[in-house]
Design a protein around this ligand. Structure first.
Ligand SMILES: [Zn+2]
Length: 353
């Protein structure tokens, strides 16, 4: 048994902010006891994929129906003769396959050899092992949360895998390699498609998968197998959040006096600004002023290149009660325009003209 880890954070030039730990780990060559198979012998059956209709996309080999181990060589059976799931009753090869290079040399000398693609299955592994691997992340990851278990197909590298991910706490991904082969053969013996059981929450939406095909969805799939619901109950019941603006009273004129020495006459329209949900009475009320400067606007850049002729500016509820909101609006406009002038490098009164 041996193991190693990889620090994924150290491999990135700028590790993502808020991710404290991100490591992959592998524990290789963990012995599989396989007591039943050692006592009674493996149970050879035919495994594979494809139905022979597409050349190159069909293969048949031998596997133990109980533990999922494969003999070595695993055999390259004739798909016309063997179906997936058949008990294997054909001939066996005595020897282990040799390395491809050695094989080539042996064949050149005309010696009897057996390669990895030998037609008949060979000996079962003497000391079957499995690899436990995974990745642990502490801190920020993909937003949302999910928990999932996957049962792969006969071609999967990880026949059984699982993960749990909770933003922003962290995530744990696990794979059981050949240990899961037996379980995969029990649960999902035929076809290419992995099956997924899991729940995922993202942006107020909960998605579930119950033995759903991993990368595939079709209209004929039962509703219980795969679906999602909107968790945003408030929006469902009371509607979206939004703003409402309504004019209050008639427009009034006011003078905006800038610290650079120039005065501007502007038109102000007071507006009620309400914020809340469409179907709820209760709304947050603030006051805003929509101002407008006819005839070119107020200069904001040297030489009068840039000008501003209006925007919304907030005023206090107290100034609306007192009737002094035009003064507050004029001062607020002057403050914002001054900041614009600072950004554009228009700093001295002489530049105004
Ligand atoms: Zn077995």
């Amino acid at each position: 048994m041996r193991g190693h880890t990889v620090d994924y954070r150290a491999q990135e030039d700028t590790p993502p902010r808020g991710r404290l730990f991100d490591r992959g780990f592998w524990i290789n060559d963990i012995p599989r006891p396989l007591l039943t198979c050692r006592t009674f012998g493996h149970k050879p059956v035919v495994d594979g994929f494809g139905d022979g209709s597409t050349p190159g996309h069909t293969a048949r080999w031998v596997v133990c129906d109980r533990c999922g181990e494969r003999p070595n060589p695993q055999g390259a059976l004739d798909p016309a003769e063997w179906s997936v799931g058949d008990a294997y009753t054909g001939p066996w090869t005595k020897s282990q396959p040799v390395h491809a290079e050695v094989l080539k040399a042996q064949q050149a000398r005309g010696e009897a050899t057996v390669g990895p693609h030998a037609p008949h299955p060979g000996p079962w592994p003497a000391n079957p092992t499995w690899t436990f691997s995974g990745q642990a992340i502490l801190g920020k990851n993909i937003p949302g949360a999910s928990i999932e278990a996957k049962v792969g197909n006969s071609g999967s590298e990880e026949p059984i895998a699982a993960h749990i991910r909770i933003h922003p706490i962290g995530a744990l991904y696990l794979g059981a390699n050949t240990l899961g082969r037996g379980l995969q053969r029990r649960l999902n013996p035929t076809g290419y498609e992995s099956r997924v059981i899991g729940v995922d929450i993202d942006h107020n939406r909960l998605t579930w998968q119950l033995w759903a095909r991993r990368d595939h969805w079709s209209r004929s799939d039962p509703r219980w197998q795969q679906g999602s619901i909107n968790l945003d109950v408030a929006t469902k019941l009371f509607g979206q959040k939004r703003y409402w603006f309504t004019d209050e009273g008639d427009p009034v004129e006011a003078t905006v006096r800038l610290p650079h020495g120039d005065d501007h006459t502007v038109t102000l329209q007071l507006q009620r600004c309400e914020f809340g949900r469409e179907k709820l009475r209760r709304r947050e009320l603030t006051w805003t002023v929509d101002w407008d400067k006819q005839g070119g606007g107020i200069p904001t850049e040297p030489g009068g290149r840039g000008r501003v002729s209006g925007f919304h500016i907030d005023v206090s509820a107290a100034s609306v009660r007192n009737g002094t909101w035009p003064l507050e609006a004029a001062a607020a406009i002057a403050k914002t325009v001054t900041a614009m002038r600072t950004r554009e490098g228009m700093n001295i009164p002489a530049e105004v003209a």
